[in-house]
Unconditional design. Structure first.
Length: 370
């Protein structure tokens, strides 16, 4: 299946505008396919290089930009895939870009380059950065109509391209289990010393079990028998590796609202379900509401990734216990979304009293296929 990625025309418009392109995102989200699609119109003037290959890596030498010329030749646009695996890649690309600005560089990374401390800071002001998430419902709809069954499959098995493209439930299960166990955490273990892998895995499962609930670092530390410092470090690494997303409380009135509280969601519901239970049908699950809430949050993140200035995404919870699942703030505009498994009225009275100009919506699964 060839999915129509929303980012493709957006990135295409930014080519040859005096900036490098940095394409980040989790492993298996389609960065290699998209980057090859971006250079396809340039035919022989474009080239793709896998930075994990030794014959490619030897051309990257810090302070010697000319070492890349034998690799690039006369190409005008080049892709350096998995660029975060190259030592000092940020400094190398910065020097090369400053020396040969006419060559369009597209660098991809399967984790936040902050995790590898490789690229971001040296390239400040020289690159446009984009994030490619697993498929959005709109991108899935580019190849097949979304009905209730397809939506349930997506929420259960996730939206990685290989999973969506699989034609049987057995193949979907094999694909998402492979991604969750063989790929996603690779960068964390490569770039960071995880001294207690079991505690790391136990934390992942604990986060999966309380997805969408308020998270207490103190409680996690006590339950898992590791320090708060270690918990916070693991959370940072998981977020930089595009496994989880921390959501913080929205507040313009800290006296009455919780601002420092944090919820944790997964970038892909299939990955989360692998950690808990991916066999039970969605309609039979007690956590189906939380799964839909997580799904909707990632849909909003994917939508925001295509915007120049994506909205800030939070949740709202008052000290009295009233809560709204998703809040988006973009400048002065505030939008509130409450997720419900079945369509039902929700009263936003207290929230609207505090934020009378906000828009409010109740979202259910049927909004994605009707």
């Amino acid at each position: 299946m060839i999915f129509q990625r929303t980012l493709k025309p957006i990135i295409t418009k930014q080519l040859f505008k005096g900036k490098m392109i940095v394409l980040l995102g989790p492993r298996q989200s389609g960065k290699t396919t998209l980057s090859k699609e971006l250079i396809k119109p340039f035919a022989d003037e474009g080239a793709y290089f896998d930075c994990q290959l030794s014959e490619v890596r030897r051309h990257f030498v810090i302070g010697e930009p000319d070492q890349l010329l034998p690799l690039i030749g006369t190409k005008k646009i080049v892709v350096f895939d998995e660029a975060q695996t190259i030592q000092d890649i940020g400094s190398i690309l910065k020097t090369f870009f400053d020396t040969y600005p006419q060559i369009q560089i597209i660098a991809t990374g399967s984790s936040s380059f902050d995790l590898a401390n490789k690229i971001k800071e040296p390239m400040t002001g020289r690159a446009y950065e984009f994030t490619l998430f697993p498929l959005s419902s709109k991108e899935i709809a580019s190849v097949k109509a979304i009905n209730e069954s397809i939506l349930h499959e997506t929420m259960l098995y996730g939206s990685y391209p290989a999973v969506v493209a699989a034609t049987t439930k057995e193949d979907k299960l094999l694909a998402i289990r492979s991604i969750a166990t063989n790929y996603l955490y690779k960068d964390v273990f490569t770039f960071e010393a995880i001294r207690n892998p079991k505690a790391f895995e136990d934390l992942l499962r604990a986060l999966a079990l309380q997805m969408g609930s308020l998270v207490s670092v103190n409680e996690l530390a006590q339950t898992l028998g590791i320090t708060r410092t270690t918990i916070n470090r693991y959370l940072r690494l998981l977020e930089q590796a595009f496994v989880i997303k921390r959501l913080y409380g929205f507040s313009n009135n800290p006296r009455n609202e919780l601002k420092k509280a944090c919820k944790i969601y997964f970038l892909d519901t299939g990955v989360r379900n692998v950690l808990v239970d991916i066999v039970s049908p969605l309609n039979d699950r007690t956590d189906r509401g939380a799964i839909f809430e997580n799904f909707f949050l990632t849909e909003r993140m994917k939508l925001g990734a295509a915007e120049t200035f994506p909205p800030e995404i939070m949740f709202w919870r008052s000290r009295a216990g009233e809560e709204i699942d998703v809040i988006e703030r973009s400048g002065p505009r505030i939008a509130a979304f409450e997720c419900k498994w079945t369509k039902q009225p929700v009263i936003f009275k207290k929230f609207l009293k505090a934020y009378p100009s906000a828009t409010t919506s109740v979202i259910s699964p049927s909004d994605f296929y009707l």
